[in-house]
Design a binder for this molecule. Structure first.
Ligand SMILES: *Cc1c(COP(=O)(O)O)cnc(C)c1O
Length: 448
């Protein structure tokens, strides 16, 4: 597969180059030259296939031939000792994406990426420096994914005081090959600093730099997997048969099997940088039985406004209780825009934004009605579907475990059962260096 910059159709590179360099030399994002299609035989057998096998079928065409099939199989197996259960709450489905070690969907991308990088860098002597800007969850997933991976060090930039205590410990509590920078600024500042570092010739000469944000195509591609797996399961009329992985479902919220409706599913996607949603668009384009998407945001409503007005206007990000989506200039918009025109996007994508107040009300209502605990991000997705009056088969993406945002959720629902991995994280000590929101400060920190 050849990858091109979103800003030019010349100078294609292979997957290894696209993944390791993160951003294209002209400042654009790498996109595949062509989005592949699933073979019809594969599509029809997905409902009975394992998550690992669906992952293999989905990712293979994007990474061949640089990653041989056997290696890809091993990477997938090591990256995903967990899956993405599809469960039901009332008439809706919830796709739970928080069963990885940091309890947010970003584990799917980050864990794949870490193992892929490790393979692609085999035999290199210069260490690879990963830069990652985070609004909260990326940093934790990337830190965890790359922790103790040989030959790779990670620097995470996060907006000081704007991530939760738990998130801060996930980002800044590991040490060793992971360093954390608390930036005096917003997430957009962090993202700008990372982009500036990539554009800085002297820094690029000095270090082998790469990014681990969703601007990196190797994080994006594996996120298409759970859309396909869930769409295939919903289409076949199945939710997660076991469901033991979900201790948070109260007795009253018992799941049931859906009738075999054979209607393609619509996904409500709580969005910030729009990497997750773009991965969903890839899955749909590949042929997964998907009807469309709801682009759900908090007050940082750049994309819903664009879908409505046709004018794309970025803005400064504002802090909300769904902080992983506090993004005013979503970086993956450039990818969406490169693949699909406004008209095409409007056919498959509807946008809605949700206030903090409505987010809280939704957490309360869903808990009361179904005994189900939504985190603030999932609640934005749920409410956006309410606003749009979504009908038919609808799956809301639960992008984080509610215990990850216990400060907000427990005020509303009372105590939320905590996965053991999260309790252990709280025992870590935060070791971050505070820096001003300037490239020079980042350069200095890299030196240290
Ligand atoms: C990162 C994140 C999002 C937003 O995902 P994007 O790919 O940036 O749109 C939503 N919810 C949670 C919990 C997240 O961590």
């Amino acid at each position: 597969m050849q990858y091109f910059s979103t800003r030019s159709r010349s100078g294609g590179v292979d997957f290894a180059r696209a993944a390791l360099s993160g951003l294209a030399p002209d400042g654009g994002l790498f996109v595949p030259g062509e989005i592949p299609s699933y073979a019809p035989a594969a599509l029809s057998s997905f409902p009975s296939m394992t998550f690992h096998d669906i992952a293999f079928e989905t990712i293979k065409p994007y990474v061949c031939p640089e990653i041989p099939g056997t290696v890809l199989g091993d990477i997938i197996e090591a990256a995903y000792p967990f899956t993405a259960p599809l469960i039901s709450a009332g008439d809706r489905l919830v796709l739970e994406l928080f069963h990885g070690p940091t309890a947010a969907f970003k584990d799917f991308g980050a864990r794949f990426m870490a193992r892929t990088f490790s393979y692609l860098r085999r035999g290199e002597t210069r260490p690879l420096r990963i830069l990652a800007a985070t609004s909260g969850d990326t940093g934790g997933a990337v830190a965890d994914g790359f922790f103790r991976v040989e030959g790779i060090s990670v620097t995470v930039l996060y907006p000081k005081g704007r991530v939760s205590p738990l998130q801060e410990r996930q980002i800044a509590g590991l040490g060793e090959n992971i360093s954390a920078l608390a930036v005096e600024g917003s997430f957009d500042d962090c993202q700008r600093m990372v982009k500036a570092a990539f554009g800085d010739v002297s820094l690029r000469k000095r270090y082998d730099l790469s990014s681990a944000n969703s601007i990196n195509v190797s994080r994006l591609i594996p996120q298409a997997v759970y859309y396909t797996a869930a769409a295939a399961a919903a289409f076949a009329g199945r939710t997660d048969p076991g469901g033991e992985a979900t201790p948070r479902r109260a007795e009253s919220g018992g799941k049931r099997f859906l009738p075999k409706a054979k209607t393609p599913v619509t996904f409500a996607v709580p969005s910030g940088n729009f990497g997750n949603l773009t991965a969903g668009l890839y899955a749909m384009k590949m042929g997964a039985p998907i009807e469309g998407f709801i682009a759900a945001t908090n007050i940082n409503r750049t994309v819903p406004d664009y879908l409505e007005s046709g004018v794309y206007r970025t803005r400064l990000s504002q802090a909300t209780i769904s902080n992983a989506m506090d993004v005013g200039a979503p970086s993956n918009f450039e990818r969406m825009n490169a693949h699909w025109s406004l008209e095409e996007l409007r056919r498959i994508l509807r946008g809605a934004w949700v206030s903090d107040e409505d987010t809280r009300k939704t957490i309360a209502a869903v808990h009361q009605n179904y005994g189900y605990y939504l985190d603030p991000h999932g609640a934005v997705g749920w409410k956006a579907a309410d606003i749009l009056g979504a009908e038919g088969s609808l799956a809301v993406l639960a992008t984080a475990h509610p215990a990850k945002f216990a400060e907000t959720v427990e005020d509303i629902t009372g105590p939320v059962p905590r996965p053991p991995a999260l309790s252990r994280v709280m025992e870590r000590t935060v070791r971050a260096r505070t820096i001003p929101a300037e490239l020079s400060a980042l350069a200095e920190a890299l030196e240290a």
